[in-house]
Design a protein around this ligand. Structure first.
Ligand SMILES: Cc1cc2ncn([C@H]3O[C@H](COP(=O)(O)O)[C@@H](O)[C@H]3O)c2cc1C
Ligand SMILES: O=C(O)c1cccnc1
Length: 344
């Protein structure tokens, strides 16, 4: 399989030079300047084109819910998938508001969703309980990665020039925390948070569950696929595959929150060349998200106090990416506008 390409250094440098010439003090548009420069390198154009975003929401259930790690019951996963289809979820609204293509994929929901108009790619009806056993077999993890790769191929074939992966899976902040701990080396206190809003007692249980899962694998050498199979989830593995295929095809990837960043860390453990294709959107309220982003060398654009998932934080940040591109393309240079440059 062809490797993930490197960004284009010369278009990146041309964009950097252009930013110095636009009618503003250099650096005064802050992160939007850096974003335009990054996108110029990723698109291979001195002046990047406006983005055609595609959002794919991957759904899956989690055996670890039996431990009482979520404030909501597992049936909510399937019910929310129906809500996505009917247009009533946060991501349904944000996709419409941003003219983004929205696709929903069943990668491993426990309930039967066969009557819904979504992509049916159930690898398994819910993962194993990672406190005591592998979340998936290696083969199932590979199959779930392929579900995500297929979704990226469809989105790109449909014209997407920016990919957003969303998640829906009650309980999925637990495997995400476990992946982040294992892949960054941070401890459970720094990474495990309240997800949908578990109580203090629930948080203590959740921390113990993650600590037990990590202890189960302590001393074992695992590659990226192995970590994903042991500690991940079906939708998380699909998200990782989506990111890997997007990067392989040279399409920038806009990360969402805690679950999305855990999937990106897993993708990075499988192929570190993915790094330059990952863009951070927001910083989730979920404990540990900032550290997970840092581990990937990413700094979020915004912090709106979101803690939802579904791709919602990435979708909410989309206008900023489009504005970064519009400013880079549309502003006059000092020479064009006849404005004097910096004098001292
Ligand atoms: C109605 C509802 C809609 C959601 N949309 C995303 N999530 C988010 O919350 C869940 C993760 O939190 P935890 O690990 O605590 O279960 C995931 O489904 C995630 O997508 C939702 C959760 C709920 C309840
Ligand atoms: O950051 C997220 O993606 C998140 C946080 C809490 C619950 N669900 C998702």
């Amino acid at each position: 399989m062809p490797r993930i390409p490197a960004p284009n250094l010369s278009t990146r440098q041309a964009a950097e030079a252009r930013q110095q010439q636009l009618t503003k003090p250099a650096g005064s548009l802050g992160k939007l300047e850096q974003l335009a420069v990054t996108l110029a390198g990723l698109q291979g154009r001195d002046i990047p084109l406006p983005l055609s975003p595609a959002i794919t929401v991957f759904a899956g259930d989690h055996g670890v819910c039996a431990e009482g790690v979520s404030a909501f019951p597992p049936e909510v996963t399937g019910a929310m998938v129906a809500n996505f289809v009917h247009g009533g979820a946060a991501i349904s609204v944000l996709a419409r508001a941003n003219q983004a293509r929205l696709e929903v994929v069943d990668a491993g929901v426990a309930s039967d969703l066969s009557t819904l108009p979504i992509v049916h790619a159930k690898v398994r009806a819910g993962s194993g309980n990672l406190r005591h056993e592998a979340a998936m077999t290696r083969q199932q993890a590979e199959a779930a990665l392929e579900v995500g790769r297929d979704a990226a191929r469809r989105a790109i074939a449909d014209g997407a020039t920016l990919l957003i992966a969303g998640d829906m899976g009650i309980g999925n902040t637990t495997p995400s925390a476990a992946l982040i701990c294992r892949l960054t080396g941070h401890g459970v206190e720094a990474i495990v948070g309240r997800g949908t809003g578990v109580s203090d007692a629930g948080l203590a249980v959740k921390r113990q569950v993650v600590a037990d899962a990590l202890a189960r694998l302590a001393g074992q050498t695992l590659d990226g696929h192995g970590v994903l199979a042991e500690l991940g989830g079906l939708e998380i593995a699909a998200m990782a595959g989506f990111y890997l295929e997007g990067a392989r095809q040279g399409v920038p990837l806009l990360l969402d929150g805690f679950i999305s960043t855990a999937a990106a860390l897993a993708a990075h453990a499988i192929d570190a060349d993915i790094a330059p294709w990952l863009l951070a959107s927001h910083c989730s309220q979920e404990t540990g998200h900032a550290l997970a982003l840092q581990a990937l060398g990413l700094s979020p654009l915004i912090d709106l106090g979101f803690r939802l998932g579904e791709g919602s934080g990435a979708a909410a940040a989309l206008p900023l990416l489009q504005q970064a591109i519009a400013l880079h393309a549309g502003m006059a240079t000092f020479a064009e506008a006849g404005v004097a440059g910096k004098s001292a």
